[in-house]
Write a protein that binds this ligand. Structure first.
Ligand SMILES: [Zn+2]
Length: 274
């Protein structure tokens, strides 16, 4: 409560900016496994990333209305049985990923879906007084929507990277020249949507978790331009969705062809080494 004309608004310790608390299970270890966690004093908590850890302290914080969980732990990997030795993964624009065994992960158009809603919120917020209660309310709404989009995207990537790391001995991906591709504005949005950096980050730690190897092929490797059957090389503009080889007659989906080339790139190295 403040009195008009006497003073400015009293300064409270800002609530909502850095809300956090720490759970210390009286020194006893807390087990975290998978997506759902039973925490002391709190109960079941669901996380967006799977966590496998034993820890003694968990810090829970709030940002943009969402809760975050952090802890320190010692890494203990669990190697899973692999059903395929080597898999090539082509990250696409039209599809999220195409694997060299023909499996396809559909793309998540998270941004497109929520973009209209987001820009409308931003438009409605344009005349609100900065710092006012209504402005704060709207800012929180916008932040939550951003978070929602990011979470949908992350969730799709987690499904893909967990599947890859768990079931394959060697996962071969391309080192994409993202900054170069982002200069191409038509592609930029779609690529940002797919979250290539996030894909690689997740794959790196999950391959370590599940005992598989991640191989990143040089971005100058012509995975899209090379015929996966005979090795013929030809130009492949982005709008050409099928690879038609004039030499051996192979006609194959562009992304599948690229993923097979990525798989083969490592296959030959593995064989050469004995
Ligand atoms: Zn060919």
């Amino acid at each position: 409560m403040f009195f008009k004309g006497l003073a400015k608004h009293p300064r409270f310790k800002k609530k909502g900016k850095h809300d956090s608390f720490t759970i210390d299970n009286c020194g006893k270890p807390i087990e975290l496994n998978g997506w759902n966690h039973k925490l002391p004093f709190i109960g079941i908590v669901k996380t967006y990333e799977p966590i496998e850890a034993t820890t003694k302290k968990i810090t829970i914080s709030k940002q943009a209305g969402d809760w975050y969980l952090s802890c320190s732990y010692e890494f203990l990997g669990t190697t899973t049985a692999k059903k395929t030795d080597v898999i090539g993964v082509d990250l696409g624009v039209k599809t999220l990923a195409t694997l060299s065994d023909g499996k396809v992960f559909k793309s998540v158009k998270a941004y497109q879906k929520f973009e209209a809603k987001l820009s409308r919120l931003q438009y409605l917020n344009r005349h609100k007084e900065v710092g006012s209660a209504n402005w704060k309310k709207a800012q929180l709404k916008i932040a939550r929507l951003h978070r929602k989009v990011a979470n949908i995207r992350k969730d799709a990537l987690h499904k893909l990277t967990t599947y890859l790391a768990k079931n394959h001995g060697i996962v071969v991906i391309e080192d994409l020249n993202i900054s170069g591709m982002l200069r191409n504005h038509k592609l930029a949005k779609s690529i940002a949507d797919q979250g290539f950096y996030e894909f690689r980050r997740q794959l790196e730690y999950k391959c370590e978790w599940y005992g598989s190897e991640l191989v990143v092929v040089d971005r100058f490797f012509p995975s899209s331009k090379t015929c996966s059957n005979c090795g013929h090389v030809q130009d492949m503009p982005l709008n050409v969705r099928t690879y038609d080889c004039p030499i051996c007659g192979l006609s194959i989906d562009r992304d599948l062809n690229a993923s097979i080339n990525l798989r083969n790139a490592v296959g030959s190295v593995v064989n050469a080494c004995g």
